[in-house]
Design a protein around this ligand. Structure first.
Ligand code: PMT
Length: 211
């Protein structure tokens, strides 16, 4: 069984000195990749810029931007399962400035033109080589079920794992997490627990509910 996992943030370069990023540490996705490998799967981990060691038995591809991650994930298909735990930028600068942007004298504001990135999860779910099980994550601050179920439907995926961000003890950077998991006919809450334990519970749930 081949499992592709994405993890970590993406960095969208503005100029040689600056980028747009986010607070993902990669811990959640790396824990899932480690657990899948422990269960004997062939695991490809597509990792954004993070400082974590590669889990044992896992093949890793390091990427930087959402476009790089899209290319690495889709060109690795076919697979049995895709789990998108990465915090992929929704927008990227329209143009990259090869020279460092300078402050304009007399101007107190700077406007950056951003364009939408391609949605990796939705594109994997619509791909001719679609994995049988496509699982996404949703980072939410409020109305968790409403937004998570919206993403489940809009991206045509099989399961979505919502976690609360913007508070200590879950989501970005934390060692622990709590997942509210939704699929067509059900839902479950996993945790609170260390991310390694959440990975065990999540892979058990995928096996049981998306058999
Ligand atoms: O890395 P950690 O510090 O351990 O933190 C874990 C986490 C909070 C990053 C992780 O648990 C998590 O929630 N990952 C998804 C974060 C996110 O980008 O959520 P979203 O609601 O914006 O995106 C929804 C889904 O679409 C995600 O599966 C995302 O990977 C995917 N997506 C988004 C945009 C895009 N262009 N392509 C995508 O595939």
């Amino acid at each position: 069984m081949k499992v592709i996992v994405s993890a970590g943030p993406t960095f969208e370069d503005i100029d040689p000195a600056r980028f747009i990023g986010n607070r993902s540490s990669g811990k959640m996705g790396f824990a899932i990749a480690a657990e899948a490998a422990r269960r004997g799967a062939e695991v490809l981990l597509v990792a954004g810029p993070v400082h974590l060691p590669t889990p044992e038995g896992v093949t890793r591809i390091d990427v930087r931007s959402a476009a790089h991650m899209h290319e690495a994930v889709t060109s690795a298909l076919p697979a049995s399962i895709y789990i998108g735990a990465a915090a992929v930028a929704d927008f990227t600068p329209q143009t990259f400035s090869s020279t460092k942007l300078k402050k304009q004298t007399g101007s107190e504001t700077l406007t950056l033109e951003l364009v939408r990135t391609r949605d990796i999860l939705a594109d994997v779910a619509a791909h001719a080589l679609r994995p049988r099980r496509v699982v996404g994550f949703a980072a939410e601050t409020n109305d968790i079920e409403h937004y998570a179920r919206g993403k489940l439907a809009a991206k045509r995926i099989d399961m979505i794992c919502a976690n609360r961000v913007g508070m200590a003890g879950s989501g970005f950077e934390a060692d622990d997490n709590t997942l509210q998991v939704f699929w067509k006919d059900g839902d479950a809450t996993l945790g609170p627990a260390p991310k390694a334990d959440i990975a065990v519970l999540l892979l058990d749930l995928i096996d049981k509910e998306l058999a």
